[in-house]
Design a protein around this ligand. Structure first.
Ligand code: ARG
Length: 466
């Protein structure tokens, strides 16, 4: 026994088409889940009276043998990959060669349509758990770094132009917060996909009295699907998990871009560890942030996979269509990409060195304290719009004199506003700029410390689903 179909055919497939149609070379990634699903289905067939005890136990025996063989020699079937259409045919053929004719009973009432939908949900559920753990690991590293380096100040940018002084920890924690949403988004997605399709048959349901609830319980699904047409063609969970992964990649890509800029010699805010940098074959002086550039670049392929599956399902008629086989490669590739990118980003963040001095020096150039001066005037009764204009003129004067606002003599500043007094200098230092911020979530050292402490209290990598 090899083929899963063919009785009504008189000719074999065209050679080229066979390869075009086959999916085993990639859906072999579903092997463990196909076996798990088949074990649960064998239990259900026995319970429904389709299999007797002996038949059930020989099927289970065969499936367990395959499991063992895969764990001892995971690639034992590689040389024969082209013999099988897909993972389902491979498993059934292995069973037949191990336990004989009884293997032909396993597919009673089951279709590859509800089977593959089940396998893929199990695969994605596991993949999301792994990605979730990796996101939590990166958050932990960011949190500890932010906790240790709270005293470090840096310029904050808008439009990549210097804007206001912030703390390095505030910058780091902004990524912690993005990843926090990512982790909870994955948990939501996992909860929504954890529904059992098996028992939906090809499209219309199952003629045998199989207990879908106990299959669901055995496979860890929290409920059974409510409509067999929907269950066999629904790939929302693929779209949703690729969308969660795309958002994570967008966050990693932005962090990568920030760090690439900060480690350039023009900024020198940070240095990348040698562990995650590379050199140039031509220019001996070079040390390039390839790890970060690759993360930024790989974001494209995850977005591409999301666009791919969205396009595959667009306009598909109801129920299963072979187009759905195209749901896999981009998805599998994305899980690998996420795993790699999150792992490498964690190494980058934990091993980089902060150049505190360069960051502080940079805060002194670019009139970061201009808004502070405007606020000073507001506190002394000048309406903000007016104080904004006055400070603009003071910045012009400082620019002309090639000094910072804080270096201008008092009488020069007073030419623009009589409300400015000697105490102004106390408001213009980097620390007073930062600590002048009052609101929850702002960059003042008190607020950042509170945010870190708050996250430390509730955050734990071990606590896996929240
Ligand atoms: N390899 C197929 C897939 O991934 C399995 C389902 C095939 N179903 C069918 N009716 N031909 O979608």
């Amino acid at each position: 026994m090899s083929k899963l179909w063919g009785g009504r055919f008189t000719e074999g497939p065209d050679e080229f088409f066979k390869v075009f149609n086959d999916s085993f070379r990639f859906d072999k990634a579903l092997l463990d889940y196909d076996i798990q699903g088949s074990i649960a289905y064998a239990h259900a067939l026995k319970k429904a009276g389709v299999l007797n005890e002996l038949e059930e136990s020989s099927l289970l025996d065969g499936l367990n043998k395959l499991k063992e063989k895969l764990s001892d020699t995971p690639d034992f079937f590689f040389s024969e990959i082209s013999k099988y259409e897909d993972v389902h045919e491979f498993v059934e053929s292995f069973l037949f060669s191990t336990v004989g004719d009884v293997a032909k009973k396993l597919h009673t009432g089951r279709s590859r349509n509800d089977q593959v939908a089940t396998d893929l949900r199990l695969y994605v559920r596991n993949g999301l758990e792994v990605v979730h753990g990796k996101v939590r690991d990166l958050q932990k590293t960011i949190l500890h770094r932010a906790h240790r380096e709270q005293h470090v100040v840096m310029p904050g940018f808008t439009h990549l132009q210097k804007a206001q002084a912030i703390t390095w920890s505030h910058f780091l924690m902004s990524y912690f917060e993005m990843l926090e949403r990512d982790a909870t988004r994955i948990a939501d997605c996992r909860a929504r996909l954890n529904v059992l399709p098996l028992g939906s048959g090809a499209l219309a349901g199952n003629n045998y009295n199989i207990d879908r609830d106990s299959i669901a319980a055995e496979l860890g699904f929290s409920e059974v699907s409510k409509n067999s047409l929907d269950a066999t063609c629904d790939r929302d969970f693929v779209i949703e998990s690729l969308s969660c992964m795309s958002i994570i990649m967008s966050h990693l890509s932005r962090l990568a871009e920030d760090l690439i800029i900060y480690c350039s010699s023009e900024y020198s805010f940070i240095s990348m560890s040698d562990q995650v940098a590379t050199g140039s074959s031509l220019m001996p002086q070079k040390k390039n942030p390839d790890a970060l550039e690759l993360i930024r670049g790989k974001t494209g392929r995850v977005y591409g996979s999301l666009m791919g599956i969205l396009t595959v399902v667009k306009g598909l008629p109801s129920s299963y269509n072979k187009d759905l086989q195209e749901d896999k490669e981009g998805l599998f590739d994305s899980f690998d990409t996420l795993f790699g990118s999150l792992t490498v980003m964690e190494t980058v963040v934990s091993t980089l060195t902060v150049n505190e001095d360069a960051m502080r020096q940079s805060c002194k150039k670019g009139f970061l304290n201009a808004t502070e001066l405007a606020d000073y005037l507001v506190a002394r009764g000048t309406p903000f719009r007016e104080s904004h204009h006055i400070v603009g003129q003071i910045v012009q004067a400082a620019q002309k004199a090639e000094v910072g606002i804080e270096d201008l003599p008092l009488d020069v500043m007073r030419q623009f506003s009589q409300s400015i007094d000697e105490d102004v200098y106390g408001y213009l230092s980097i620390e007073s700029m930062i600590n002048g911020k009052k609101t929850v979530g702002s960059t003042s050292q008190v607020q950042v410390a509170a945010a870190i402490e708050d996250r430390m209290k509730t955050f734990s990598v071990e606590q896996s689903w929240r």
